[in-house]
Structure formats: structure tokens, C-alpha cells
Design a protein around this ligand. Structure first.
Ligand code: CP
Ligand code: NVA
Length: 307
């Protein structure tokens, strides 16, 4: 690894780097499960900036840095000068002089990009309107644990072409798998926003059942993401037929797993029998945020570590 690195978009890392991170996450997880102390980041401080709500992201980053021997500081818009108009650039200059690593959850992707451009330390995207790279890293790690390599496999995305969908599409280009997307009319993917090079790994389907055929992963997300609450009523109407149910899971491969980044709304984007059923891997997926992000933080601060 050369120079200061950030993880702002999935494609900031190469396939080789993800191979390293997935194997590292597996090792870090094994140490954790065996109650083995592993403190490579002692005396390191992570600053977490939240401009949107979170349960999993805060918990996994805060617990993760502590389990690696470091500590975390939580800042939010309401209680910091960020909410009173201090510029992102000034905040980055100051925060990065007092910490070793920064994680940001915010609205526009340009905010994390501007922060990173003025930061002395690595910056991690903890979700923006456009992308959620830490979640997709954990999702793919979960698939690899259960089914092996994701290369050449098919991921079916049902619902909104949101930050999760964009990041799956970007990951498909980096790791060479296919994504079938089915969205309601008017909510289609923007290849430009998703940051795609082409359409080789990506097909759009108007019929969600067609999209699900033969899938190795079926995945979805809330119909209304954070920041889009004003559109909720309109979205509930538009997305009614884009629900993952048991019929859709039957169209997928018999070995398919169901993933959801959570929080979920049973009876909207997914039925209870699917998310609570035998093909669902959502709890392992949520737990794997912890292990995958520990590997990420270690990599950004210490480069490759031999075990
Ligand atoms: N999946 C996820 O990022 O969850 P939180 O919003 O709870 O952090
Ligand atoms: N797409 C959702 C993901 C939440 C983790 C949102 O942005 O609200």
C-alpha cells in the first residue's frame, strides 16, 4: 500500500486488496471467537462522525476499534460545530490532527470526498446517499464464508437503486460477478451515480421474478432510505410489487442466501418468512460488519500484516 489511503467507494480497493481483507477478516474473527486478545491498534483513536442515525455502523466501528486495542470518539452534527456551519474542510484539518482514523456517515458523497481531501489520516465512508462500501464488504465476506468465491455468481437486487444497490454494482466490476437489478419504473439505476465503467456485470429487469431466476444471493433494502423520508408515501405505492417473498426465493438457486443490510421492514421490502427463514443470513451479515471493518481499520493503519 502506498501513501495515505481512504475507503470512500468500493472501487478504491483492488481485487487483490479485497482478497487480503477477506482472509484477514476471517483470521480476526477466529481470534475474537476464541477470546484471544489482539491489540495491534493500541493508542490509536478513531473519530466517528454521524450526520444520520445508526445502530450497526456505530456499534461495529466502536466495538471493533476497542477490540483492536484502540479507542473511539463519537461526534454528531447536533452536538458539534459541523451542525453550526463549520466547513467540512476546516473540520477535516482539525479532526485529523487529533486522531488516527476517521469514519463518516453523511448525506452527499462529495462531503466524504471533501473531508478526505483535507485529512491527514485515512477516511472511511460509513454510508452516504450514494454508497455503503463497508456494508457490501461485510455482505461479500458473508457469502464467501457460506458459499466460497463470489466470482461469476449472480446477485439479485430488488427495489430501490440506492446506496446499497450502487455499491453492489461497483463491487461486481471489482470482483467480477453479475448483478440483476429490478426497480419500479422511475427508480432505475444511474450508471453514472453508481460510478460504473460499463454494463458487462449489470442487467436491469422490469419483472422482479425474472431478475431473481437462478440468483446466488437475493437482496433488498428499505424502500425509503435516510434523507428521503419526504417521499415515503409515494414510494410505498411505487414499490408494492418489489417485495422479496418465498415465491421469489424459489425462483433463485436452491442454494441462494437472502441478505439485507438492516434495519428491515417486514411486510414491505421483505416478508417475515424470508427474513426469518432458513435461507436468510442477515444476522451473520450484521455480525460480519465487525470482523470485516476490523480488517479494514488494521489495513488502513498498518498495511498488510502477516499473522
Ligand atoms: N446496515 C447499517 O448500516 O445499519 P445502521 O444504519 O444501523 O448503521
Ligand atoms: N439504504 C439505507 C441503508 C441503511 C443502512 C439508507 O441509506 O437509509
Amino acid at each position: 500500500m502506498t501513501g495515505l489511503r481512504h475507503f470512500l467507494r468500493f472501487k478504491d480497493f483492488s481485487r487483490k486488496e479485497f482478497d487480503y481483507l477477506f482472509s484477514r477478516a476471517r483470521w480476526i474473527k477466529e481470534q475474537f471467537k476464541a477470546y484471544k486478545r489482539y491489540w495491534p491498534l493500541s493508542d490509536r483513536t478513531l473519530v466517528m462522525i454521524f450526520e444520520k442515525a445508526s445502530t450497526r455502523t456505530r456499534l461495529s466501528f466502536e466495538a471493533g476499534i476497542q477490540q483492536l486495542g484502540g479507542s473511539a470518539i463519537y461526534l454528531n452534527t447536533r452536538d458539534s460545530q459541523l451542525g453550526r456551519g463549520e466547513s467540512v474542510e476546516d473540520a477535516a484539518e482539525v479532526i485529523s490532527r487529533m486522531s488516527d482514523l476517521v469514519m463518516i456517515r453523511t448525506f452527499e458523497q462529495t462531503v466524504v470526498e471533501r473531508f478526505a481531501a483535507h485529512s491527514r489520516v485515512p477516511v472511511i465512508n460509513g454510508l452516504t446517499n450514494e454508497y455503503h462500501p463497508c456494508q457490501i464488504m461485510a455482505d461479500i465476506f458473508t457469502f464467501i464464508e457460506k458459499r466460497g468465491s463470489i466470482q461469476g455468481k449472480t446477485v439479485t437486487w430488488i427495489g430501490d437503486s440506492n446506496n446499497m444497490c450502487n455499491t453492489w454494482l461497483q463491487a461486481a466490476e471489482v470482483l467480477d460477478f453479475n448483478v440483476h437489478v429490478s426497480t419500479p419504473p422511475g427508480y432505475e439505476v444511474s450508471p453514472e451515480v453508481a460510478g460504473l465503467h460499463g454494463t458487462r456485470h449489470f442487467s436491469q429487469f422490469s419483472d422482479p421474478m425474472e431478475a431473481a431466476k437462478g440468483a446466488d444471493i437475493v437482496t433488498t433494502d428499505v424502500w425509503t432510505s435516510m434523507g428521503f423520508e419526504a417521499e415515503n408515501e409515494e414510494r410505498v405505492r411505487a414499490f408494492a410489487d418489489w417485495q422479496v417473498d418465498s415465491e421469489m426465493m424459489r425462483a433463485a438457486s436452491p442454494e441462494a442466501i437472502f441478505l439485507h443490510c438492516l434495519p428491515a421492514h417486514r411486510g414491505e421490502e421483505v416478508t417475515a418468512d424470508v427474513i426469518d427463514g432458513p435461507q436468510s443470513a442477515v444476522w451473520d451479515e450484521a455480525e460480519n460488519r465487525l470482523h470485516a471493518q476490523k480488517a479494514l481499520m488494521e489495513y488502513l493503519l498498518l498495511d498488510e500484516v502477516s499473522q
